[in-house]
Ligand binder design. Structure first.
Ligand SMILES: [Fe+2]
Length: 319
């Protein structure tokens, strides 16, 4: 989930920072442009097929109206590149009153007078076009590169949010041009726990790491007590056994905080699972599958494997 508290108090220092590795200066502008265009392509794939009614959708604390999402992405890019770096005025006079996530609470986002779908998309285009054109024929400074990456990663995070909105509201799955890599099952894997002896480790980013968000600053030692943990993520098949064994009603297997959450959420099973008589169903976007069929297709019917499906978090109500 995205936090809308985009806090980033400090701009990095002198080193040239890349998204994951140091980038040679002559390549940096081209790389940033390609990444910005790629993020936008994904964002539009997640947005463009929504109906007019779905552009706003029902009000829920855990989501936002998709039309707000997309306008906010343009506003953020404009705010930190064109307006921050160049001192440019806003392209939309009312943009701060619509899209400023620092100052517009979630509940208000369903009550604003947004530009039309077409006008919003034109605003996004205009901002991105200006952000790209200001790099033409030259390389960005470290200071500029920081804000380009900030806008880039922010747009990627909102791509996740749009995906989450579509799943939460049971919309059709998005048609994405990226391929979905298939990780092969390991038929020999046996679920097991591993012992972690505990000790002190360094949590957070070090100054030599390329772009970091403020909540990753800075690395500091943290003590951890010894513990045991599964060697692989819990699979749907394993969790099904937990649910059918009454795990949601067994106070002994929950932490205090977890039990409080369970009671408050009235949770009896994963949020996108539903019992239908003798069967369990799972909803993915607008598609409902019998859980046993799903497990069979994932190779989890008898032998759960670490590469298989990881469970949804229970973060919203059943549709
Ligand atoms: Fe945001």
């Amino acid at each position: 989930m995205i936090s809308e508290s985009h806090r980033f108090a400090a701009v990095p220092g002198q080193a040239l920072r890349g998204a994951g590795s140091q980038v040679e200066r002559p390549e940096l502008a081209a790389q940033l442009i390609e990444q910005l265009q790629d993020a936008r392509r994904r964002e539009l794939e997640l947005f463009s097929d929504l109906t007019d009614e779905q552009l706003i959708g029902p009000e829920m604390r855990i989501i936002e109206p998709p039309l707000w999402e997309i306008g906010h992405v343009g506003w953020f890019q404009e705010r930190w590149i064109l307006r921050k770096l160049d001192g440019a005025g806003p392209l939309l006079a009312q943009a701060d009153r619509l899209y400023d996530s620092f100052n517009i609470p979630n509940a208000l986002r369903w009550r604003l007078e947004f530009p039309s779908r077409q006008a919003t998309l034109e605003y996004l285009d205009a901002v991105l076009d200006r952000c790209i054109r200001r790099l033409a024929g030259r390389q960005p400074t470290d200071h500029e590169a920081y804000f380009y990456r900030l806008a880039l990663f922010h747009e990627d995070m909102h791509g996740e949010t749009l995906t989450h909105i579509r799943q939460t509201l049971g919309y059709a799955p998005p048609s994405l041009s990226i391929s979905h890599g298939v990780i092969p099952d390991d038929p020999d894997f046996e679920p097991h726990d591993v012992e972690v002896p505990g000790g002190v480790f360094c949590l957070g980013a070090t100054a030599d790491i390329p772009f970091v968000f403020d909540n990753e600053k800075w690395a500091h030692p943290v003590g951890v007590a010894p513990y045991r943990i599964s060697a692989a993520p819990v699979t749907a098949a394993e969790f099904l056994r937990f649910v059918e064994d009454g795990g949601y009603r067994d106070r002994e297997v929950w932490s205090e905080a977890g039990w409080e959450w369970r009671l408050q959420a009235a949770a009896d099973h994963p949020v996108y699972w539903q019992r239908d008589g003798e069967h369990w169903l799972r909803r993915d976007f607008d598609h409902i599958t019998l859980l046993p069929d799903l497990l069979q297709s994932l190779g989890q019917a008898d032998h759960p494997s670490p590469e298989s499906l990881i469970l949804d978090h229970q973060i919203g109500p059943l549709p």
